[in-house]
Design a protein around this ligand. Structure first.
Ligand code: ZN
Ligand code: ZN
Length: 362
């Protein structure tokens, strides 16, 4: 069941982390295919905030050249003999994870996303062959079918792309908290992931409060469907809005400097603060234990989602016609550079999606 797939894949990526804004084309040999591996021809790929952290060296410099991109949509062009759920011609998505050990207690309990041997779609390592992974700024991608997901017909590829990492990341905490009609959900940080949390929370029937540092994003939050808005720069915001939320999804940057103590007071007792941000490793959250105790709130983290979570998220997105706010960018070395620079400057509402792969990779 082999289609024609080149021996080497062509990608655009970082060659020198000191010149990360000058990505260049390169070719690489994908890992030798396993029976359960699937090859896809990429149609489009979202630009995630993680791409910027990885490309600019925030998360270290494990290898170069490296192609980032883990919001991939493509068409299945080859399946191994052991592949069960996918067929040539299927339209599928791949997120931030492309493999896990499949054997540990976490994998056995369907928490593959928390597997200690999880393999990132980029900046990952296939230990069996000693090969690093390359992401979705490329013509083809090869991975374990378990981490590839059929896209429902009603979801357009350009919207589905951003859902594969940003979407599941923003949606999983809502699942954790059992958000349903009437749940009072706060979304802290109105950006790439936060805006998708708002869209999903509204789709689930929640009453949504956008939380931001100042009032600059108030109009945008309303357009996204948020019912209320809290600016943490306002004096006594935690007193005026005390007990107004059942759950807070934190997608915003640093909550250091004592601010978190105040934000936690927005929650009712047994409320949950769930954080999905991945700031540089030297950044710490500061919480006064007495605040946890006095309010009976919990603070937790959430990393992307398991394969089952991703399938459920795509179903919900299709049912509710979730459309992330995106800007399409035809993929090329110079356009990737410009988009990365604009991401770094916060100049996007709210997500870029690289398109026109056929024109770039002839
Ligand atoms: Zn595992
Ligand atoms: Zn991501």
């Amino acid at each position: 069941m082999s289609g024609s797939v080149p021996e080497e894949f062509t990608a655009i990526g970082v060659h020198d982390f000191d010149k990360w804004l000058e990505p260049k084309e390169f070719t690489y040999k994908p890992r030798p295919p396993r029976p359960y591996d699937v090859d896809i021809k990429i149609e489009c790929c979202g630009i995630c905030g993680s791409d910027i952290h990885a490309a600019n060296g925030d998360w270290g410099r494990p290898y170069a050249p490296v192609a980032v991109g883990h919001e991939i949509i493509g068409e299945v062009v080859r399946v191994g003999d052991g592949v069960e759920k996918l067929r040539v011609g299927d339209r599928v998505g791949v997120g931030a994870q492309c493999d896990s050990c499949g054997e540990c207690i976490r994998c056995s309990n369907h928490h593959e996303n928390n597997c200690k041997k999880n393999v990132g779609t980029y900046f990952g390592l296939y230990e069996d062959v000693g090969l690093p992974t390359q992401g979705g700024y490329a013509n083809y991608f090869r991975a374990n079918e378990k981490f590839m997901f059929k896209i429902p017909d009603s979801l357009e590829s350009k919207y589905a792309a951003s859902l594969m990492c940003g979407g599941i990341t923003g949606f999983r905490p809502l699942m954790t908290a059992g958000v349903k009609k009437g749940t009072r959900v706060g979304v802290s940080g109105i950006g790439g992931i936060g805006h998708m949390s708002i869209l999903f929370a509204k789709a689930l029937g929640a009453e949504v409060t956008a939380i931001s540092r100042n009032h600059k994003k108030e109009e945008l939050a309303k357009q996204l469907g948020a019912d209320h808005y809290i600016a943490t720069s306002d004096e006594d915001f935690e007193v005026k809005n005390a007990d107004s939320l059942d759950v807070i999804v934190n997608t915003g940057s640093s909550l250091t400097g004592g601010n978190l103590d105040k934000v936690l007071q927005l929650l009712v007792p047994f409320g949950q603060f769930i954080s999905i941000t991945a700031p540089p490793l030297n950044e710490k959250m500061t919480i006064t234990p007495m605040v946890l105790l006095a309010n009976n709130v919990s603070v937790s983290g959430s990393a992307i989602g398991s394969p089952a979570d991703i399938e459920y998220m795509l179903k919900v997105a299709a049912e509710h016609d979730i459309k992330p706010w995106i800007e399409e960018v035809p993929i090329s070395e110079s356009n990737v550079s410009t988009a990365w620079k604009r991401m770094e400057d916060g100049d996007v509402k709210f997500r870029f999606v690289l398109t026109d792969y056929n024109k770039c990779f002839k």
